[in-house]
Design a protein. Structure first.
Length: 729
């Protein structure tokens, strides 16, 4: 039997936009022994629920949990609404304000005549109300329609639960479609895929098939066409697909379908403007529009007349004198262009002075405009795609910086940005670091959130891995040769005799000079078999003082295999954070977490100012409550994880090269073995090497390293941003 509490909602302590609520509930009845002490008292509750009122009687199904800070709570998993049954309750309900024109006096007259069946009579025999003195036809209509609407809203949510939707999803669906919800689902349940964030095609498809939809139903085929295009573009990074690729992957989802049904489905989704066909390319509408918008906005800034500044050279000299620094020729050209042009791309490998240029731009802008630090932050936005890159940018420039998502005020629940085309930022200049990581959608949203004349400076290394999301924005902009671009080639840090930087530039050029290995402390190559990799990693770590070991990072291109991320994390956890008495630990989805563990954030959590790729340390694990909690310290910023949020964490001793983008590490260990197979390619190795600041250790096979450097045939992304900029379309 399901555990429940029955009673009345008293008040909300916290409510989110998505329907999550923390509140107080007065318990009148329960079948849970542990809750009986709360009979006729209030108990805190949590859960996803529709708008509650203090008139209705509710049944909350769920369980009693214990929160570390707030104590016992009732975690609501499902609910029911009980319409009032006693006369006094019905009077209170009718005069609660829900029914316009019905005060307490009229409510008492209605209940006196109709009795306990008042609400049933209003719903089924509304004309009987006219027998009651002072009740008008308008009163009758209001009572009937409002009560019908009121009862229907809760019933629709219950019906959605029965279909297989969670209460959270059910509330989101009802809020989108109200009383039309069930009609829309009956007409085409796949409408929900685009209308409701975070539900997704797979869940909708599962529920549709469970409701006996035919596998080749045209509605299902149409939705699958859109799903296939979106899924492949998101996974592979393409902006568009060919018809052949769509068909091939469509069959993987649907099985065999007739050509006639496919052709009709494709025709329909084009007419419905979900897919755009250009020549033989098939785009999602939002991707097509994003590419067109980016090209138009960049070309607008490119064509806009540049500003001249006769004092600019003096400002550059003043900054050089202030910081006792001498910019090289390329850097001075980049600084001049940044201050005069409306759009500029600055690109170059490690050690070419990209960070130095960003700092100079900020200093000159403040000097030129006589701005305080506070005023500068109002006019100039320093942005980066990841949290760690934004922190590095802020540290080096001594100015505030943020992720692009945070700047645009991203709402994770609705996947929307509060800074957008209707609510633009007032900043006058935007500098984006690590621009190679920006995907097409994010670039589109950034431009929509800026006024047309806002100066934009993109800084990045085009030879690093492309964005996780679709597109290759920085690469396409540079290769179009239509947008102002400064290519940095002079190794600004070459005087430091950094063999790491030399190796990075060799990799970039497809060459390898093994004589630089083991020449200096900063670059070490250890030749060994796959079986010996773990032993050497352990040996390297143990050679460092315990205080320095926390700064050692291992990068790896794969999760599985004997030298993959999963196994190396287990090895390093035992080595760097052994099990000890009094040190709490907890298992989450077969992964063991221990207090003092290094952990990696897997998703964006903008409300907590924590983003995908951030690395922290577990400061506390609380196992006292049924709802286990992990507290993670991100450079002094404490974040609590519990429930589903625990899935946002993984061990961070070894992380993927992709997750390392935007980060820098003092000491880096990079295993390179043939077992990694097709993950060994030039851009990946180059990206990994450029993450290291002080000491880099390459462990494994020299042949595997040579094979990776020689392999420049990474998956070519199908995009048309370059073409649009070139053709000015």
């Amino acid at each position: 039997m399901k555990k429940y509490i029955k009673g009345n909602f008293k008040k909300a302590i916290f409510e989110s936009e998505t329907g999550y609520i923390i509140g107080l509930f007065k318990v009148k009845q329960t079948n849970e022994e542990e809750v009986e002490i709360y009979l006729n008292k209030t108990i805190p509750f949590t859960g996803y629920l529709p708008k509650l009122n203090d008139v209705d009687t509710y049944i909350f199904y769920g369980k009693l949990v214990v929160h570390e800070r707030y104590g016992e709570q009732w975690a609501v998993e499902a609910f029911e609404v009980c319409l009032p049954e006693e006369k006094d309750s019905i009077v209170t309900f009718l005069s609660s304000g829900i029914f316009k024109g019905i005060g307490e006096a009229k409510a008492k007259k209605i209940v006196k005549v109709l009795g306990k069946d008042t609400l049933k009579i209003i719903l089924e025999h509304k004309e009987d109300l006219l027998l009651i003195p002072t009740i008008t036809q308008k009163n009758v209509d209001v009572l009937h329609e409002k009560l019908k609407e009121y009862s229907s809203s809760y019933q629709i949510i219950v019906d959605l639960n029965h279909l297989g939707f969670s209460t959270r999803d059910s509330i989101a669906i009802y809020n989108a479609f109200k009383e039309q919800t069930l009609d829309i689902i009956e007409k085409d349940i796949y409408t929900l895929v685009d209308a409701i964030p975070n539900i997704g095609f797979k869940k909708i498809d599962y529920i549709a098939l469970k409701q006996n939809m035919k596998p080749d139903d045209i509605r299902r085929v149409k939705a699958t066409v859109v799903y296939v295009v979106r899924e492949i573009c998101n996974v592979v990074g393409h902006s568009y697909l060919s018809k052949e690729l769509i068909v091939r992957n469509l069959y993987k989802v649907l099985g065999n379908i007739s050509n006639e049904i496919f052709d009709q489905a494709l025709k329909d989704v084009v007419q419905e403007e979900k897919i755009v066909i250009e020549e033989d390319r098939y785009y999602l509408k939002e991707m097509y529009e994003a590419e067109c918008h980016i090209a138009y906005r960049l070309l607008y800034l490119q064509k806009k007349e540049a500003k001249k500044d006769k004092k600019l050279d003096q400002y550059i000299q003043d900054i050089q004198k202030l910081y006792q620094i001498n910019y090289n020729v390329e850097q001075i050209e980049a600084i001049r262009n940044a201050m005069t042009q409306n759009i500029l791309v600055i690109t170059g490998g490690p050690g070419t002075g990209k960070t130095t240029i960003i700092n100079a731009i900020c200093d000159i802008y403040k000097l030129k405009n006589k701005l305080s630090q506070e005023k500068f932050s109002e006019e100039v936005a320093l942005l980066a795609p990841t949290g760690r890159a934004a922190k590095r940018m802020a540290y080096s420039s001594k100015c505030s910086a943020s992720t692009i998502h945070r700047f645009l005020r991203w709402n994770k629940d609705t996947n929307t940005f509060q800074i957008n085309e209707k609510n633009k930022s007032k900043v006058k200049m935007v500098i984006v670091d690590e621009a190679s990581m920006i995907d097409t959608y994010l670039m589109d949203h950034l431009l929509k959130g800026l006024f047309y004349d806002t100066k934009i400076i993109l800084v990045g290394d085009n030879d690093q891995l492309p964005s996780v999301g679709p597109g290759q924005v920085l690469k396409d902009i540079i290769e179009s040769k239509k947008i102002n671009t400064i290519q940095l080639n002079i190794l600004y840090r070459q005087k430091e005799n950094s063999n790491i930087i030399t190796l990075a530039h060799d990799i970039k050029n497809g060459t390898l000079n093994t004589s630089i290995f083991n020449e200096q402390e900063d670059l070490t190559f250890i030749s060994c078999s796959s079986d010996e990799v773990k032993g050497y990693i352990k040996e390297i770590i143990e050679s460092y003082k315990k205080t320095d070991r926390k700064n050692i990072q291992v990068l790896c291109p794969m999760y599985k295999t004997m030298n993959g991320i999963d196994e190396l994390n287990d090895l390093l956890q035992d080595l760097l954070n052994q099990k000890e008495s009094g040190k709490e630990e907890i298992k989450v989805n077969h992964m063991l977490f221990r207090e003092k563990d290094k952990v990696l954030q897997l998703t964006n959590m903008p409300d907590e100012n924590i983003f995908n790729g951030d690395i922290g340390q577990i400061s506390k694990i609380n196992k006292q409550s049924k709802k286990h909690e992990i507290v993670v310290d991100f450079d002094g910023h404490l974040v609590k994880y519990s429930g589903n949020n625990l899935n946002n964490l993984t061990l961070g001793y070894t992380i993927s090269v992709h997750k390392s983008q935007g980060s820098e590490f003092d000491y880096l260990i990079l295993p390179i073995v043939k077992n990694y197979h097709k993950m060994l390619y030039r851009k990946l190795i180059y990206t990994a090497v450029t993450r290291c600041k002080k000491n880099l250790y390459l462990i494994g096979s020299l042949e595997a390293l040579k094979m990776a450097i020689a392999n420049n045939n990474t998956d070519i992304r199908k995009t048309t941003l370059k073409k649009r900029i070139e053709k000015k379309v």
